[in-house]
Design a protein around this ligand. Structure first.
Ligand SMILES: C[S@@+](CC[C@H](N)C(=O)[O-])C[C@H]1O[C@@H](n2cnc3c(N)ncnc32)[C@H](O)[C@@H]1O
Length: 326
């Protein structure tokens, strides 16, 4: 069975399926979003990038560069309509829920806030409401998405969240990756490691990913490993994503030496049946089965005693307190 056969089974659109099949190497088959050789071992890019192998998602021929190009093309293409797609009552309920969880921002004095996949500025508006003294740095691959942000005090960086080398170690108080943004990074493990590196000791991160076991996946419409944002009805267009479950988020946090403060599914009905009257039902279901929610939302903290966290995969970290070494 080749990649196209495997892709064809769960979802409807053959055009999308063909497009997705063209994305993977001939020698690989896309099984639940991960590239596997015939014997089941990880091959190609998936084998090279630890975090991407832990997260689901296709191994694109062309690797990180091809991934970034796909992201740019997809998000540039939807940018004109993006805010309109997220203006409904369901989206506003989601926004309010996330903003409440970011309430800790109010207590920080002039924090530097990094927003991964900042898009059209939803995160910026939340940060401004919660803490007007915050310094805001947004990162996004899509020039068209950030075009409309329009805040002269915001620093915007056009680039990928996998590479935050424009930021020094320990220079960020809070890192955000809102509304599934972390799922669009090429190597999720590297994204976590870059967040850990750039956070100051004691800093916070709030990271959202698409759930690998979301109920919304029964809706179909895009092949495995691919995704379309809310209300995107363009034919034959989708973007590759990394999906995780709560356990894998915890594993990536552990590898990056970030502590999970809490992890929660947002709403089981998001992306599936977005009737505001059922918001609380979807919330209750997400409490009972977080992995079934559309997104997994995790609050993390960098140990206040850590002086430095080295990049993903590299060995040790250094602690300030000798007592902790014993
Ligand atoms: C679902 S949108 C979320 C935007 C914004 N955080 C919000 O909540 O409205 C995902 C955003 O991530 C950006 N993106 C995709 N891949 C990226 C990458 N590898 N690095 C940085 N940004 C990326 C897209 O351009 C898009 O703006």
């Amino acid at each position: 069975m080749n990649a196209a056969d495997l892709l064809r089974s769960p979802c409807g659109s053959t055009a999308l399926v063909d497009e997705a099949a063209a994305l993977v190497d001939d020698e690989t088959a896309l099984v639940d979003g991960t590239a596997l050789a015939g014997d089941g071992t990880l091959v190609g890019d998936a084998a090279l990038v630890g975090g991407a192998a832990l997260a689901g998602g296709p191994a694109l021929a062309g690797g990180a560069a091809a991934w970034r190009q796909r992201q740019e093309r997809y998000w540039d293409g939807i940018s004109d309509h993006y805010n309109g797609l997220y203006a409904g009552r369901w989206s506003r309920l989601e926004d309010a829920w996330v903003e409440r969880r970011l309430g800790f921002l109010r207590r920080l004095a002039e924090p530097t806030v990094l927003d991964l996949g900042c898009g059209t500025g939803l995160g910026l508006r939340m940060v401004r409401r919660l803490n007007p003294a915050a310094r805001y740095v947004g990162v996004d691959v899509s020039a068209q998405m950030v075009h409309g942000v329009g805040d002269p005090l915001a620093t915007l960086h056009l680039g990928t969240m996998d590479d935050l080398s424009f930021l020094p170690d320990g220079s960020v108080d809070v890192a955000l990756g809102l509304f599934s943004s972390v799922s669009y990074g090429y190597d999720t493990g590297r994204v976590f490691a870059e967040v850990a590196r750039t956070l100051r000791p004691g800093g916070w991160a709030y990271l959202s990913v698409l759930s690998d076991r979301a109920l919304s996946r029964v809706r179909g419409g895009a092949p495995l490993g691919m995704y379309r944002t809310r209300g995107d009805r363009r034919p034959q267009v989708a973007v590759p994503v990394r999906r995780l479950d709560v356990a894998r988020v915890r594993e990536l946090a552990r590898r990056s030496r970030l502590t999970v403060v809490r992890s929660a599914g947002m709403n089981v009905l998001s992306g599936l049946f977005e009737q505001p009257a059922f918001w609380h039902l979807g919330r209750l279901a997400a409490r009972l089965a977080p992995d079934r929610a559309h997104t997994i939302e995790t609050l993390l903290r960098k140990d206040p005693d850590v002086d430095r966290v080295t990049p993903y995969g590299a060995p040790a970290h250094v602690r300030r307190s000798p007592a902790r070494l014993r």
